[in-house]
Design a protein around this ligand. Sequence first.
Ligand SMILES: NC(=O)c1ccc[n+]([C@@H]2O[C@H](COP(=O)([O-])OP(=O)(O)OC[C@H]3O[C@@H](n4cnc5c(N)ncnc54)[C@H](OP(=O)(O)O)[C@@H]3O)[C@@H](O)[C@H]2O)c1
Length: 291
Amino acid sequence: MKILIIGGSGQTGSRLQQHLDGTSFDYYAPSREVLDITDSRQMLEVFDGYAPNIVINCAGYRDAELAETEPSRCFALNRDAVAELASLCNGRGATLLQISSYMVFDGHKSDAYTEKDTVNPLGVLGGSYWQGEQQIRERCPQHIILRVGWMISERKFELLRNIIAELKNPAPFDVIGNRYGNPTLADDGARVIVAIIRQIDCGATVWGTYHYGGVKPVSESELAETILHEVAEYDEVATEQLNVLAADADDESRKFPLNCKLDSTRLLHTFGIHANDWTVGLARLIKGFYV
Ligand SMILES: NC(=O)c1ccc[n+]([C@@H]2O[C@H](COP(=O)([O-])OP(=O)(O)OC[C@H]3O[C@@H](n4cnc5c(N)ncnc54)[C@H](OP(=O)(O)O)[C@@H]3O)[C@@H](O)[C@H]2O)c1
């Protein structure tokens, strides 16, 4: 089984490589210089040279605010490049595993979103994820689309590091109390991807869309409080720094859903993959950050 990882330098892609290092799978994770998926020539060269059986696309445009100002760049990566990738996979008999997002939903539901729920992206980024997904469904039946929750890792500029930096800043830190999601360790996301690959390798043909998020879902302010509690073990931070705000649920200009919760039941029933408690991994991550 030969696995091509796209976006191998990112938080999910790098963790994925660590997980695969302990297996007998052969993988190739070219840098963006070697494989820019918006470059058709490079895509063909890599497919011709490596001939993957499965392609895991962990590359993506992710900045929701910036996407509103440069939609063409966002769609070029999250839709058009994904469409080309899907056609290539289909033509070469390879499986495509694409990482997607809760951003395809509008967040108006109160419970966690299942794969059967109607999508209605609020902004450019969510729209690009959804249109990319649709291209895959049309072009490459042999696919897994894995929508994941709020990804957390120790990598630079990511959610955790930003929150710790804010907590150390004496100025009050604004967090949203009515935005909910599933914090998901990048390492845990990589575990899930490897578990799926193992079953595909064993002949499972359960193509389709799946959700994965760490248990249990919390509000953005609860996540910040949990991080603060852990950070306080090692650093000087004060709880009163958190300034909990409520986002206006009726604001039509909002580009991100307030309910980002994902229901992972289908993944459990199909692959037997249980959702992990994100607080355990988070405590380990924060300890690693300081010690
Ligand atoms: N982070 C989240 O909270 C979250 C939530 C839901 C879904 N997702 C989705 O999950 C996937 C993985 O997320 P992540 O947080 O691991 O991403 P990440 O850390 O931002 O990494 C993105 C990766 O994509 C690569 N990349 C960017 N443009 C590329 C291009 N044109 N060609 C090839 N590679 C390119 C980057 O390479 P360089 O290092 O060279 O820039 C990097 O390796 C993404 O599709 C993301 O949209 C993320």
